[in-house]
Design a protein around this ligand. Structure first.
Ligand code: P6P
Length: 336
C-alpha cells in the first residue's frame, strides 16, 4: 500500500533515501551517505547483540570468550563499529560518543558533518536480554573544512541538527530517523540484510495513558514531579518503565505517553546526556508532533550545550501530557 509519503511500505532504506534525496535535494547525497553508514553499523551490531548470550559478557577487554576471540564489551564493540562505518563513509569529520572522552577526529578533514552518538544505550540490559538502542544526532560542522573539528562544531543546539534518530534492538530491530521532514521507521529483515520501510510518516498521539519514570528515588524528586506522578495515579494511568531509554521512548511514541528522568539533589541535572541521548529523541518527538523539555519550561532543542557529556533533566512525550506535567513542575519550580 502507498504510504502517505507516496513511498510504498516495504521500500528498502537505500531506495527510500535515494527517493527522498531527489525530493529534498540533499546537498550531493552526503547526508544520505551518513544514514547508510549508520544503517550498516546497525546491521553489524544487531548481529553481535543477537549472539550476545553466546559470549561471556561479564568479561572485559582482553579476556578470551568461548570463541577464543578477544573479549570486548558490546558497547565498546558498538563504538568501534559506528566510528569505523562513519570514518569509511567519508562524510563525517568528527564524533562525540558516550564511550569516548573529547572530540574524536575521524580523519575525514573534508567531511562536512559531525555526529553525536550513544553507540549502545542501556548496555547493562544486554545481560538480561532487554531491548537496547543506539541514539545519534547529525550536525553540519561550523569550522572550516580541511581543518580539525572544534568544540563549536560539537556544542551546537539540538535545533541545529540536520538529522537524528535511533536504532532499537528489540523483538525486531528498527531504524527510526528524521531529516526534518517527518519521521520514518524501518524494520530490519536479517534474512535479507535489509531495512524495509514499515512505519511511514510516524506521528505520536497528542495524549496517552502511559507514564514512564523510575519511581525508586521519588522521595528525592521535587514537589512538582511528585505531584504529577500522584496525578497519573489518580487518573489510573499505566506505569511502564523498562529502564532502557530507546525502548521506553519508542513504545511511548507509538502509543502515546510521557517519559521523565528528573533531577534529584544528588543529580541536579538528572542522568541522561544532552548531546547524544536527549537532543536526538527531542528532535524525533517534535517531528512526530510531541514535546521535549527540561521540566523547567525550556525546550530541549533550545539548550545550548557547554560540555560534551553534560546531563539534563528530561521530560518527553505526547504534547497534552507534557503540558500537564509542566504545569505541576513549573508551579513548584525553584524560582530562586
Ligand atoms: P535508571 C540506561 O542505563 C539508561 O542510560 C537509559 O537507557 C535508561 O532509561 C536509564 O539509564 C535508566 O536509569 O536510573 O532508571 O536505572
Amino acid at each position: 500500500d502507498k504510504s502517505k509519503l507516496g513511498q510504498p511500505v516495504g521500500t528498502t532504506l537505500d531506495r527510500f533515501i535515494k527517493n527522498k534525496q531527489d525530493e529534498f535535494s540533499f546537498a550531493t547525497g552526503e547526508l544520505s551517505q551518513i544514514l547508510r553508514d549508520i544503517g550498516l553499523a546497525g546491521k553489524i551490531i544487531n548481529r553481535e547483540i543477537s549472539r550476545a548470550g553466546l559470549v561471556d559478557l561479564g568479561g572485559s577487554v582482553g579476556e578470551q570468550n568461548i570463541q577464543g576471540e578477544n573479549q570486548q564489551k558490546l558497547d565498546v564493540i558498538a563504538n568501534i563499529r559506528f566510528k569505523r562505518a562513519l570514518r569509511n563513509g567519508g562524510e563525517v569529520c568528527a564524533i562525540v560518543s558516550e564511550e569516548d572522552d573529547g572530540i574524536i577526529d575521524l580523519n575525514n578533514p573534508h567531511g562536512r558533518y559531525i555526529v553525536a552518538i550513544d553507540p549502545l544505550d542501556g548496555s547493562s540490559n544486554i545481560d538480561v536480554n532487554v531491548s537496547i538502542g543506539t541514539i545519534f544526532s547529525v550536525y553540519r560542522r561550523l569550522s572550516p573544512v580541511g581543518g580539525p573539528a572544534l568544540r563549536e562544531d560539537v556544542l551546537q543546539k539540538g535545533d541545529d541538527q540536520v538529522a537524528a534518530g535511533y536504532l532499537l534492538y528489540g523483538s525486531s530491530t528498527m531504524l527510526v530517523y528524521s531529516t526534518g521532514h517527518g519521521v520514518n521507521g524501518f524494520t530490519y529483515d536479517p534474512s535479507l540484510g535489509e531495512f524495509f520501510l514499515s512505519h511511514p510518516n510516524m506521528k505520536t498521539p497528542t495524549t496517552g495513558s502511559i507514564y514512564s519514570i523510575n519511581e525508586g528515588p521519588s522521595q528525592l524528586f521535587d514537589d512538582g514531579v511528585r505531584q504529577y506522578i500522584q496525578h497519573c495515579k489518580e487518573q489510573q494511568l499505566t506505569a511502564r518503565y523498562i529502564g532502557s531509554l530507546v525502548g521506553d521512548f519508542h513504545r511511548n511514541m507509538l502509543k502515546g505517553g510521557i517519559y521523565i528522568y528528573p533531577a534529584t539533589p544528588k543529580a541536579p541535572n538528572g542522568k541522561l546526556r544532552l548531546l547524544y541521548e536527549c537532543n536526538a529523541l527531542a528532535y524525533i518527538i517534535e517531528q512526530a508532533g510531541g514535546k521535549a523539555t527540561n521540566g523547567k519550561g525550556t525546550r530541549i532543542l533550545d539548550l545550548l550545550p557547554n560540555e560534551l557529556h553534560q546531563r539534563t533533566p528530561f521530560f518527553i512525550g505526547s504534547s497534552e501530557m507534557m503540558e500537564m506535567a509542566e504545569s505541576f513542575n513549573l508551579a513548584t519550580a525553584d524560582t530562586s
